[in-house]
Structures are given as C-alpha cells and as structure tokens.
Design a protein around this ligand. Structure first.
Ligand code: AMP
Length: 215
C-alpha cells in the first residue's frame, strides 16, 4: 500500500499516519520529522533547512526530494509506505512519480484531510512534545500530567518553534498557495479522496481505512 496523506498543517496527518503504520505494518515517511532530525543533528542539510522551517516556509524541493528518494529505497518501504507531509509542491509530486517509476511502483491512493481553519489553529497552538521520548500531547485534547510534564517518561514538554501563531498563519498561506493545488493534480490521476478530518481520531481513521480498502 503506497499512500500519500495531504492536508493543511494540523489536519492530523501525523496522528493518522502513525495509526495507519500500525494497521498496515508499513512505515510512516514524514519529511517534517526527517528534517527536524537533521536540524537536531546540525547536519549541513539541517542547518540549511532550519531557517525555512522556523519561518514556516518550505524547504527547497531538491533537498526534500533527495531525502525522500533515499528513504523510499530502504528495505522497510518495499511493501509500502505512508507519505506524510510530502509532496507539498507540484515539482515534488512530479519527482515522486519519477522516483516511484524508477522503483517500478506507483501510488495506490491519496487521502486529503479536510479541517476547518479555526480548528487547525487550535490544534497547532495546543500541541506539545516530550523533549526526551518524543511523545506528542495536546493541552486540551490529550493533556500531559497535571504538573505539565510527559505522562509517559516525566520529561519536559516543548512547543515546536513553528507552532506559534504568526508562523502558523504563514504555514497556512504556504499550504493554500503551493500544496492545495495538489488535490487537483491527484484528482486528475483518479487517486484523490477527500476525508472529513474534523471527527474523533478513531472515526477519521476508520474513514481512511475504508477508502484504502475500496481502492
Ligand atoms: P510538518 O512537520 O510536515 O508540518 O513540516 C514542518 C516543516 O518542515 C514545514 O513547515 C516545512 O518548512 C518543512 N517541510 C516538511 N515537509 C516538506 C516538504 N515536503 N517540502 C518542503 N518543506 C517541507
């Protein structure tokens, strides 16, 4: 199963990708996570990406395509993968098609999660992650321990630098200008299904699974 999850920041792509990963036994390929790891390691690529990420802008296509090309060739992607946060531009979508053709593969399905703008902002501003184990929380919907620490390991929680309100506004604009047109791109290829992402996490997952089963 080779899947792309589309949707604006905060639509729940990461959450759904993790659940689908467990359901289908295929890896989540999140360009945001891979770029954050590169920033953490202070690799040359991470240093280059950091400025764009902090501003809520997109990292150049050639950088992101390079990491995805390498990742999709890994052994664990042999039976499928869930792309989360990639592609985000038409050149990235074209490059993905090319990379997959080189591996004699093609996408099975593209699911676009739809969530109202007010809900997106609320989801993003309340998001926190444990600095030690990486577990994600939401101050309102999935709160941490009462002392504000990670309920799994007791670590301190941090907010992603790009989850502040000003950067969120830019990320939304970038999404509408550069990524939303991919809905039409994949609709023309007969791959797109739009799923309501406003419901409970489990309900959204069921909706996605039934779309994937019908493909
Ligand atoms: P995410 O975790 O998917 O919200 O991504 C966080 C940030 O990483 C984005 O705001 C971009 O700066 C960068 N990023 C992630 N995926 C891509 C991509 N496919 N193309 C360009 N930049 C990306």
């Amino acid at each position: 199963m080779k899947i792309v999850l589309l949707g604006p920041p905060g639509a729940g792509k990461g959450t759904q990708a993790v659940m689908l990963m467990k359901h289908y036994g295929i890896p989540q390929v999140s360009t945001g996570d891979m770029l954050r790891a590169a920033v953490q390691e202070q690799s040359p690529m991470g240093l280059k990406a950091k400025e764009c990420m902090d501003a809520g802008d997109l990292v150049p296509d050639e950088v992101v395509v390079g990491i995805v090309r390498e990742r999709l060739q890994a052994e664990d992607c042999k039976n499928g993968f869930i792309l989360d946060g990639f592609p985000r531009t038409q050149p990235q979508a074209d490059a993905l098609k090319h990379v997959l053709a080189g591996l004699s593969k093609q996408l099975d399905s593209v699911v676009s999660l739809q969530v109202e703008i007010e809900a997106l902002v609320e989801r993003l501003t309340g998001r926190r992650a444990c600095i030690d184990c990486g577990r994600g929380f939401h101050l309102q919907y999935d709160p941490p321990s009462s002392d504000g620490s990670c309920s799994a390991c007791g670590g301190a929680l941090v907010q992603r630098k790009d989850d502040c309100e000003e950067t969120i506004r830019n990320r939304m604009q970038v999404y509408h200008q550069q990524t939303a047109p991919l809905e039409d791109y994949y609709r023309k290829e007969g791959l797109l299904t739009v799923v309501d992402g406003m419901g409970e996490i489990q309900a959204v997952q069921q909706a996605i699974v039934s779309v994937l089963q019908s493909h």
